[in-house]
Design a protein. Structure first.
Length: 68
């Protein structure tokens, strides 16, 4: 799964729907959708518990492997 990696204070382009944003510190994943209504940009964010669990498992596995 490909996640956007945002650097603090940096602007980046997004697709209109189903952007997956993972926090670099804790691995919390949100799905974000954007739309324009009457000239106003709207954003909808939803926490994705399954993807959050998957990315956190992968990080723990990687940390254990690197610690050996």
């Amino acid at each position: 799964m490909k996640y956007s990696q945002a650097i603090e204070d940096e602007w980046f382009d997004l697709d209109p729907t189903n952007n997956l944003i993972a926090c670099c510190d804790c691995g919390l994943v949100h799905s974000e959708d954007f739309r324009v209504v009457d000239g106003v940009i709207q954003c909808r964010c939803r926490r994705d518990n399954r993807k959050t669990a998957a990315i956190r498992r992968e990080r723990k596995k990687r940390e254990r492997h690197e610690g050996q």
